[in-house]
Design a protein. Structure first.
Lengths: 158, 134
């Protein structure tokens, strides 16, 4: 019984439930990131996926820019990783989740990384704080030596 | 993908036609900084109308290009930043305040004409005179 309930939760979180109550699983799109060309590919795929959900052209640009920053962080700091995009639904709203995952060096002090102007390389240090401003929701988990996971969401206006 | 650099009189015109990788952008930077001296150009126009995303790297590189070209004695103007891109740049907290911008190619040319013409002095039958007083 409890096992069944758990499966339902998992299914709903990765699918969009149409109004008749049945749900259709929407496969997520995973884009491997390993070089600067992958940064362009990731933001183009992300924009295409987001446009299916009815985002405005301004929002599509914000999402694509956020994906570009996340993918660049992977290339610069971790060398390799994966960007995943998938639709989400929360009550009445549709949205998109962008997940950037790597097994790179990780970060010891996330709070410092999220300060404007902080950077360990020659970048402007606006990457992650910038992504936080471009998207509606932002979560980061990082462990030195293990890697980093960033989860960012943006919701359509209903 | 190489970005063509066109010579138009005393100016160089660069029209970016599709998304550029980091490597393409750095190649463009190096090419422009050389060409501006080789062709003795007074100004450079970079048209970014076709760019649907300008992230921190692209913006930083464009700013670097403008600063390097100024050090080489010429002016740079970036034209065609799309409204959505402008919005994203502001949200990102990117500052292009030290780089000249114009709406489109035409405005960019007008800007450079104004900027590179040495105002004030002209030579006529009476010799060198201050045009501002004329």
């Amino acid at each position: 019984m409890s096992e069944k309930a758990q499966r339902v939760t998992v299914l709903l979180s990765s699918s969009i439930a149409p109004s008749n109550g049945t749900s259709i699983a929407i496969p997520e799109t995973a884009i491997p990131i390993a070089c600067d060309l992958d940064i362009i590919r990731a933001r183009q795929i992300g924009r295409a996926e987001a446009s299916k959900l009815g985002f405005s052209s301004t929002d599509l640009t914000l999402i694509a820019t956020a994906i570009s920053e996340l993918a660049r962080n992977i290339v610069m700091y971790a060398k390799q990783g994966v960007i995943t995009v998938r639709p989400v639904r929360s009550q009445e709203r549709l949205g998109i989740v962008v997940i950037a995952r790597d097994h790179g060096p990780g970060m010891a002090d996330i709070r410092q990384i999220l300060q404007d102007g902080y950077s360990t390389t020659r970048s402007l240090g606006l990457g992650l704080p910038g992504v936080r401003r471009l998207m509606d929701e932002f979560e980061i988990e990082s462990e030195p030596g293990k890697g980093t996971v960033v989860v960012a969401k943006k919701w359509t206006l209903v | 993908m190489q970005v063509p650099i066109l010579k138009q009189g005393q100016y160089l015109i660069v029209t970016i036609q599709s998304a550029l990788s980091d490597e393409d952008l750095l190649e463009l930077r190096d090419g422009l900084v050389h060409q501006v001296g080789k062709l003795r150009s007074q100004g450079v126009i970079i048209d970014v109308t076709a760019l649907d995303v300008m992230d921190t790297f692209a913006t930083r590189t464009l700013r670097d290009i403008a600063q390097m070209i100024r050090l080489r004695g010429a002016e740079t103007v970036i034209v065609g930043i799309q409204p959505e891109v402008a919005f994203a740049l502001v949200q990102l907290g990117l500052n292009l305040a030290d780089v000249s911008t114009a709406l489109d190619l035409e405005e960019g040319l007008t800007f450079l004409d104004r900027k590179t013409r040495t105002p004030g002095w002209k030579i006529n039958s009476r010799g060198l005179e201050d045009a501002r007083r004329a």
